[in-house]
Write a new protein. Structure first.
Lengths: 635, 591
């Protein structure tokens, strides 16, 4: 055996994980009192105190100290930061000082996955989004347990719309039919299933883009007495909230995907791992599982075959790092969510060291329709030469931020149009194609710097477009609005594409955004490996120094070199993808948004700010070219 | 045979052992810096200091393929046939510099007041792999220090989060007191409030800590390590015979540090053993020799005391009385051999007995599991048990072997006491050197009264010494060189760490003089050679030579290549580059 892991829990449903126990205590007491931990350690006999403590202290969600009566957290990241979170936070802090009598604590929190309702806040355990500052103030007032008022309990979080919206992903129009799975059980042709996934060119929707047919087949072929299926619904990357909608509107598709995977691989159990802030989604999935069980689709006896395949929801203790596949598995095993060193891969040594199929929510959800309609149907959904369809969460400076099911290869322009265009008729200034991970792309890229393969294809297309009556293409610049949102295209350009897209209008301060994004990584680094733990802190400090106007144009130059070096070292040596991308926001901001940086530099002797040029050095390519490494990440 | 290519050179290594790239490189004399890796602990690869370029060579085409754009931690890279390692490329060097900068970023750089200075992984590597200019201008960590036990202090600000200490308490002692608290740049090592580090091997976390974060409060601010000279010694606190480095300055010992011995103590020592160096510094140790004149003990020069002892014992033999000798289990085998030779030489009828064997409690074995409780990759670990013995002396088995040879049986101390009280012996020669008291006052008086002539050779001022006719001041464990046979029958050598105290002589010299072998100091090696020749049980020590890790008397195993391990930063300055195969006894540090 390569790793030591806790023994695989038995089938008994009463074996609860540490994380679940901690959730329970916190729910009951509001925090984790020492005495409760001691009692828990006593009760679990084989769980020493330090094990509870290290797990509890890893996740900011768990409180080791008694909290104030009302805790208000304002989202700190990307879209919320762009759309007024800092102001809201100051606002609420002032109000707290005024009325709180020391009973209200106002602080920050990492992305809550409500970027479409930015700025979002959390009061106690509940998330609120899309309100005006005044309504938030009002909410906070009501949360305060004052004589005559009920306090936090009086707040009722909203009930979101759960209709299926006519998505192509749902072949059942919202009905829980499970036809694909029923057919597969009746006629379990695994090779065909894999073949359809292959024809459809379905890729992992978490961002790494590993081909689903490969992964599914690897786990299917992996040797192991027990196998597991895990759905990654941790979705904590700022700007990303599409799984939130999928889990809410189409839990039956996710469940059916898990059932299919489980049946294909011969797995013994499926887990849907959901971040704890997604209260409604957790509830929706649990309800859907219960209904599926009632229909005999999962649980003790699947469709009268005598085979058991239970599915359960695992409530994540939270944190961006849990989205990293192996960290997620570690969290499920009651460890600190620190990524593992690879190899071995999860496909052979996953949960409890057993072969494990772990994919993103959306990946699972696409499988039923692909099986029903055929791989070719899915493949042909794509446009502009791309294959398939996918969900994007779009937020930032657009009129109607939200989740969009679109064909792969759709241009950024078209997507922004779907979202009602830029707010207040702004011009596009920057675009983040993968939450904060890929950094910021400027609205225009100099054509001569585009990677050759891409430039050639572009020229051909533009010619065609022009001949077809379109306007003549620009000689010098490539308009980023023309960018086709497709994994392969983006990779050809040496860029990353995730599911969380953030659009910045002309008034955005990209340096400020970049520092903010770097802070996010610093806050979310697990701290296991040195380059990331200390490098992310260092990057943050360098960014803050710029923002605090500590440099002039001359003294900034060596700093820029240092940042580049730091970024490279982190990329080469960090254990997981988080460490590899920490430098991207600042590096891209500095390369492509010189003016935004220049605003913070005190004038020096020389004027040294050259043109925007994100392909300036090979470092940028290095940044994203080695996609194999990034594939290790599931987000 | 496995072929490995390191920095362009091909090396062949015997198959069978599971080594990682660090171990492998060390075998062939290439240093890969590391912090978090330790051969006894699972691999977590979190410090990233050991990262190198790794690839493989196609045996058929000879084509070399490196993993692109990525450095790989050597500590978790298995050394397989056709592995290609590059440890000295500009890319690797640049990376090492960067990691050094990271690690030093928040380090307080309080080396002038840090106890680790001089054997600090950070200092060491920043000199070798770092760069002179420090480019990050940074707030230094200044967190409060805290005690994680009565004996151990944690200076969190110096910690580099390698988690060696955490893994030790989980994987070796399995007590798990230490944990990583919080995460990211806020991560800290800590205990659960109110549950301090409490296990018999706790002190080892201090040795494991590559920087000055965990410190031995006993040693705190007492010495700068570069003033210490290190001696390869053995712990005499129990019959396990842990290999230690006894560290001396200005005629005193300042601490014990474990020395690696895979057959005995692995990389560890127990806390009790660790503290036992102190007995060598006791100011109340016997500091002169005495002869009873006119009823009183008089301080006399060494030669007079020895003359008196020799004369008295010889007279007893000549007058037909029986001489009894008590050889304590604290004697080295060489001393035991000389003493037995001496007394049997005076009279073949002399009775030789084993001194009191102190025991306390029961043997305690700490048995780490190859996999259980481990945190990371365990494939390079060889899990070995560690035993703290109830028998609190170093050489019962060695002295017994000598006794067996000279009189065919081992007479126990109780037996001897009974016979002495019955008046069987005219003269009694006791060599003790024991640490704890072993005879009550009344019993001592009774014994005294039953013999005509009593010679007491010891390091402590005891009742028996006060009652003796001649008192000879012998050597503490630290002042003598020689061999002991541990509980497993392993013969091991301990170097002297301190010169003889004023007024004393090492027991071996005392005995040699009594034997009339001249006045110069005798070398334990010569006596061991003689012992090996004369006493078949010790034949394995032929020529007075024993291998670095000692040798089992009954069943000598084939002598391996002998590859002591120590973290590079604990090496004495200037000896760091030594390689196995070179003559220096220290400095080789392969695992
Ligand atoms: S790169 Fe960062 S997040 Fe990933 S393992 Fe290292 S410290 Fe943790
Ligand atoms: S205290 Fe020392 S051994 Fe423990 S993690 Fe810190 S540096 Fe490593
Ligand atoms: S020694 Fe290899 S990563 Fe620390």
């Amino acid at each position: 055996m390569y790793w030591n892991h806790p023994s695989v829990p038995g089938q008994a449903d009463d074996a609860r994980s540490i994380v679940e126990e901690l959730h329970e205590i916190q729910k009951r007491c509001g925090y984790l009192p020492k005495a409760e931990l001691e009692a828990l350690s006593e009760r679990r006999r084989d769980t020493p105190l330090h094990r509870l403590h290290e797990v509890a202290s890893f996740f900011p969600h768990f409180r080791l100290q008694k909290p104030p009566a009302v805790e208000v957290r304002v989202c700190r990241d990307m879209s919320c930061h762009l759309r007024g979170a800092p102001g809201l936070r100051r606002n609420l802090e002032e109000l707290a000082a005024e009325i709180g009598q020391g009973q209200i604590w106002v602080g920050g929190v990492s992305c809550l996955g409500r970027c479409d309702g930015a700025p979002a806040i959390m009061i106690g355990e509940h998330v609120y989004q899309g309100k005006s500052n005044d309504s938030y103030r009002d909410l906070m007032r009501r949360a305060l347990p004052l004589p005559g008022l009920e306090g936090e309990a009086a707040l009722q979080p909203g009930h979101s719309d759960r209709s299926p919206l006519g998505w192509k992903i749902d072949p059942y129009g919202g009905r829980e039919e499970y036809t694909a799975f029923r057919r597969f059980v009746a006629e379990p042709n695994g090779d065909k299933l894999i073949e359809e996934l292959k024809i459809g060119d379905l890729r992992g929707m978490g961002g790494a883009g590993v081909w689903a047919h490969q992964k599914w087949n690897d786990v299917r072929q992996a040797r192991g007495d027990r196998k597991f299926i895990v759905v990654n619904g941790d979705e904590s990357e700022p700007g990303t909230f599409k799984d939130r909608e999928l889990l809410l509107r189409t839990p039956h598709l996710v469940i059916e995907g898990v059932l299919l995977a489980g049946w294909l691989c011969g797995a013994e159990r499926g887990y849907i791992y959901i971040r704890h802030e997604y209260e409604e989604q957790i509830e929706a999935c649990r309800a859907a599982i219960a209904r599926a069980e009632a229909m005999g689709l999962c649980g003790r006896d699947v469709l009268g075959t005598g085979q058991a395949f239970p599915i359960e929801v695992f409530v994540s203790p939270g944190g961006y790092i849990c989205g990293e596949q192996s960290a997620l598995i570690e969290a499920m095993e009651d460890h600190r969510a620190e990524p593992r060193n690879k190899p071995p891969q999860l496909e052979t040594n996953g949960l409890y060291d057993k072969p494990t199929l772990l994919s993103n929510v959306e990946t699972f959800a696409w499988v039923p329709s692909i099986l029903l309609h055929g791989g070719a149907w899915y493949r042909d959904l794509g446009v502009n030469g791309a294959k398939g369809a996918r969900f994007f969460s779009l937020s930032g400076d657009v009129n109607r931020p939200g989740v969009f099911e679109v064909p792969s290869g759709i241009t950024l322009r078209e997507l922004i149009d779907l979202a009602g265009g830029l707010r207040a008729r702004q011009r596009l200034k920057a675009f983040a194609a993968s939450g904060p991970s890929g950094g910021f792309l400027p609205a225009r890229l100099p054509k001569r710097k585009l990677p050759e393969a891409f430039a050639a294809r572009l020229a051909a297309r533009e010619r065609k477009h022009h001949e077809g009556g379109g306007p003549p293409p620009s000689e010098t610049d490539y308009d980023i609005l023309d960018l086709e949102l497709d994994l392969q295209t983006m990779r050809d350009m040496g860029l990353m594409l995730g599911a969380g897209l953030v659009v910045y209008g002309q008034f955005a301060d990209i340096l400020d955004q970049a520092v903010n994004a770097t802070e996010f990584f610093r806050n979310e680094s697990c701290g296991k490996c040195v380059p990331c733990r200390l490098g992310s802190q260092k990057m943050t400090e360098l960014g803050n120094d710029i923002r605090d106007q500590r440099y002039d144009e001359q003294s900034f130059l060596p700093v820029e070199g240092l940042m580049t070096e730091l970024q490279r070292a982190m990329e080469m040596s960090s254990i997981c993808g988080l460490g590899m991308v920490v430098g991207n926001p600042l590096i891209t901001a500095i390369r492509s948004f010189r003016q935004d940086v220049g605003r913070y530099l005190r004038p020096g002797d020389v004027m040294t700010m050259p043109d925007a040029d994100i392909f300036a050095t090979s470092d940028m390519k290095l940044l994203t070219s080695d996609m194999k490494l990034l594939q290790e990440r599931s987000r | 045979m496995a072929t490995i290519i390191i920095n362009g050179e091909e090396h062949t290594l015997p198959e069978g052992e599971k080594l990682n790239a660090i171990q492998l490189a060390l075998r062939v004399g290439v240093d890969i810096p590391y912090y978090c890796w330790h051969p006894a602990l699972s691999v977590v690869a979190n410090c990233r200091m050991c990262e190198i370029e790794v690839g493989s060579k196609d045996p058929k085409t000879g084509e070399i393929k490196m993993i692109p754009n990525k450095l790989v931690p050597a500590c978790q890279t298995p050394a397989k046939d056709m592995t290609v390692l590059v440890t000295n490329s500009p890319k690797v060097k640049a990376h090492q510099r960067m990691v050094m900068e990271y690690l030093l970023i928040n380090h307080p750089l309080d080396c002038p007041v840090c106890d680790q200075a001089g054997e600090c992984g950070l200092q060491d590597y920043s000199y070798e792999y770092g760069q002179a200019i420090h480019r990050f201008v940074e707030e230094r960590n200044v967190n409060p220090r805290k005690d994680v036990s009565d004996l151990i202090q944690l200076n969190q600000d110096r910690c580099i989060m390698c988690t060696r200490c955490v893994r030790f308490t989980r994987e070796i002692t399995q007590t798990g007191e230490l944990q990583v608290m919080r995460r990211g740049s806020h991560a800290e090592i800590d205990i659960f409030p109110g549950h301090p580090v409490d296990n018999p091997l706790a002190g080892n976390v201090v040795d494991l800590c590559p920087v000055g974060a965990l410190l031995d409060k006993d040693f705190l601010h007492k010495q700068r390590v570069w003033f210490l000279s290190k001696h390869d010694s053995l712990c005499t606190r129990c019959s396990t015979g842990c290999n230690v480095s006894a560290e001396e300055n200005r005629g005193a010992l300042w601490r014990f540090k474990p020395r690696f011995n895979p057959h005995v103590n692995d990389y560890w020592i127990c806390d009790e053993g660790r503290a036992s160096y102190k007995t060598a510094n006791d100011l109340a140790l016997l500091a002169a020799m005495y002869v009873r004149q006119d009823g009183d003990l008089r301080l006399v020069p060494i030669d007079q005391a020895l003359n008196a002892a020799g004369r008295g014992l010889a007279r007893a033999a000549e007058s037909g009385g029986t001489i009894a000798g008590v050889m304590s289990p604290f004697l080295t085998v060489e001393e035991a051999y000389l003493m037995a030779s001496y007394l049997k030489g005076l009279s073949p009828a002399s009775v030789l007995a084993l001194g009191p064997v102190p025991t306390r409690g029961e043997d305690l074995t700490i048995q780490p599991d190859q996999h259980k409780g481990r945190t990371g990759d365990t494939s390079f670990i060889v899990a070995r048990p560690f035993t703290i013995r109830a028998e609190k002396c170093p050489n019962r088995r060695g002295v017994e072997a000598v006794l067996e040879h000279f009189q065919g049986e081992v007479i126990g101390f109780d037996d001897l006491l009974r016979r002495a009280k019955a008046g069987e012996f005219q003269a009694l020669y006791i060599v003790s050197d024991a640490i704890d008291p072993w005879i009550g006052e009344a019993e001592a008086r009774e014994l005294r009264d039953k013999v005509e002539f009593l010679v007491m050779q010891d390091t402590q001022v005891t009742t028996l010494a006060e009652l003796a006719d001649v008192v000879l001041a012998g050597a503490t464990f630290a002042e003598k060189a020689g061999c002991y046979v541990n509980a497993d029958g392993r013969l091991q050598y301990a170097e002297a760490a301190l010169p003889p105290r004023d007024g004393s002589l090492p027991d071996l010299d005392l005995l040699a003089i009594l034997l009339g072998r001249g006045r110069g100091p005798v070398h334990s090696r010569d006596i061991l050679a003689e012992l090996a020749q004369m006493v078949p049980a010790f034949a394995v020590a032929e020529g007075g030579k024993i291998p670095a890790f000692g040798i089992v008397l009954e069943q000598p195993e084939p002598v391996g290549p002998g590859v002591p391990f120590a973290d590079p930063w604990t090496q004495p300055r200037g000896l760091k580059g030594d390689r196995p195969g070179e003559t220096s006894p220290k400095g080789s540090r392969n695992a």
